[in-house]
Design a binder for this molecule. Structure first.
Ligand code: UT7
Length: 331
C-alpha cells in the first residue's frame, strides 16, 4: 500500500495588518487584555476587493512551488473553510478554476477549526487507496467580515482573522514516512456553544432588514465553555494518535495545535509535559484563522527550519461542532 507524504507547503495572509490598538478605536478593549487573555498582538484582514479565493490561491501556488509540482499534476483538491466567497458552490470549485484544473474533483470541508485535519485525513485515504497520487489540501478563511466590531462582539472580534495554508500530499512507497495516523471526532450536542446562526435557510426571505439588527448574524462563542472543552480534547486526541502508532510524548518533535488561544496551547503543552519550544505558536501574528490556522502554522514552521527530515510532527485541532482531530506525520 502507498503512504501519504507531505511534499510541499504554503501559506498566505492578507497584507493589511490590524493591531490590537486599532481595535481599541472600535470597541471597549485594550492591547493588554487581548495579549494577556489570548496572546494575540496583531492579525491580518482582507482589504476591499480581496477574496477568500485569493488567499487560497496564493497559499496553494506557494505549496505547489515548494513541492516542485505543476498545478496540472494535482489530481484532487480539498478545501477546508467555514464560509466561502459564494454561498454556493464552495471555495474548492473557485480555486480549481483559478488553478486551471477543470475536471478534477473539488471537495469542500466545513468542519471549522478542525477542517484542515479532516481534509488531510480524507486526502490520506485517497492516496493510500491509490485513488489519487497528488492531492492539494487547503485551509482558508475570511472571518474578519463576519465580526461585530462593536463592544457587543469584542470577545470574538479580537480573536478571529483571515489567512490560508496549503499542503501538497503525494503517494510514496516509503512506509516509515508521511501521514502515520489521523483521528477525527465530533459532538453535535455542542453546536450552540460556537456558531453563527443567520442568515439561515429556514428564513423567508433569508435576508430582511430586521436581520441586520440581530446579533445572530455574528459568530457566537461561549468562550469559557469552549476553552474548557478545548484543553481536555486536545490532549485526548494527541494521546490517541500516539497510542495508535506506538509513539510516546517524548517522540514528538513539534506539536502544531490549532491556534485558538495562546493560553490553550500553553495549557495543552503543560498538561502533556511537552516543552514549550516544541509547541508551535504564531497566534501572536495571525490571530485565530480557524481552518487556515494549522496549515498556515505548519508551512511557516517548515519555512523557519523547525520541521526537519524525519521529524515527528503532531497536528491537533479543536473547534465548532464541536469537532476535534489529530494527525501524526513523519517528515
Ligand atoms: O477556534 C475555535 C476554538 N476557540 C477557542 O478555543 C476559544 C476559547 N475561548 C477563549 O479563548 C477565551 O474564552 C476568550 C479569549 C474568548 C475569552 O477569554 P476569557 O479569559 O475566557 O474571558 P471571559 O469570557 O471570561 O471574560 C472575562 C472578562 C469579562 O468581563 P467581566 O464579566 O469579568 O466584567 C468580559 O466581558 O473580560 C471581558 N471581555 C473583554 N474585555 C476586554 C471579553 N472580551 C473582551 C475584550 N476586551 N475583547
Amino acid at each position: 500500500m502507498k503512504n501519504t507524504q507531505i511534499i510541499g507547503m504554503g501559506h498566505y495572509a492578507p497584507e493589511r495588518v490590524v493591531t490590537n490598538a486599532e481595535l481599541e478605536k472600535w470597541m471597549d478593549t485594550s492591547d493588554q487584555w487581548i495579549r494577556e487573555r489570548t496572546g494575540i498582538e496583531r492579525r491580518h484582514w482582507i482589504s476591499e476587493g480581496e477574496k477568500l479565493e485569493d488567499l487560497a490561491y496564493n497559499a496553494s501556488t506557494m505549496a505547489l512551488e515548494n513541492a516542485g509540482l505543476r498545478a496540472s499534476e494535482i489530481d484532487c483538491i480539498i478545501v477546508a473553510c467555514i464560509m466561502s466567497d459564494y454561498l454556493f458552490p464552495g471555495t474548492s470549485a473557485l480555486l480549481q478554476a483559478r488553478l486551471g484544473l477543470p475536471g478534477i474533483p473539488a471537495i469542500d470541508i466545513r468542519n471549522a477549526c478542525s477542517g484542515f485535519v479532516y481534509a488531510l485525513s480524507i486526502a490520506d485515504k485517497f492516496v493510500k487507496t491509490g485513488t489519487y497520487k497528488n492531492v492539494l489540501v487547503v485551509g482558508a478563511e475570511v472571518q474578519s467580515t463576519s465580526l461585530d466590531l462593536s463592544t457587543r462582539g469584542r470577545d470574538i472580534a479580537v480573536i478571529f482573522a483571515d489567512g490560508a495554508g496549503a499542503a501538497v500530499v503525494s503517494a510514496t512507497d516509503d512506509q516509515n514516512k508521511g501521514v502515520l495516523t489521523t483521528h477525527l471526532h465530533a459532538d453535535g450536542n455542542f453546536v450552540d456553544q460556537l456558531c453563527m446562526k443567520k442568515p439561515s435557510v429556514n428564513m423567508r426571505p433569508r435576508l430582511g432588514k430586521e436581520l441586520l439588527e440581530s446579533d445572530e448574524i455574528y459568530p457566537y462563542m461561549e468562550g469559557r465553555h469552549v476553552f474548557k472543552h478545548a484543553v481536555t480534547r486536545f490532549p485526548e486526541v494527541i494521546k490517541e494518535a500516539l497510542e495508535a502508532t506506538g509513539y510516546s510524548l517524548e517522540d514528538i518533535d513539534l506539536l502544531i495545535p490549532h491556534q485558538a488561544n495562546l493560553r490553550i496551547s500553553e495549557a495543552v503543552g503543560k498538561r502533556l509535559g511537552i516543552a514549550p519550544e516544541k509547541v508551535y505558536s504564531n497566534i501572536q501574528e495571525y490571530g485565530n484563522t480557524t481552518a487556515a490556522s494549522i496549515p498556515l502554522a505548519m508551512s511557516e514552521a517548515a519555512g523557519k527550519g523547525l520541521i526537519k527530515e524525519n521529524d515527528l510532527v503532531c497536528l491537533a485541532a479543536f473547534g465548532a461542532g464541536f469537532t476535534w482531530a489529530s494527525a501524526l506525520i513523519r517528515f
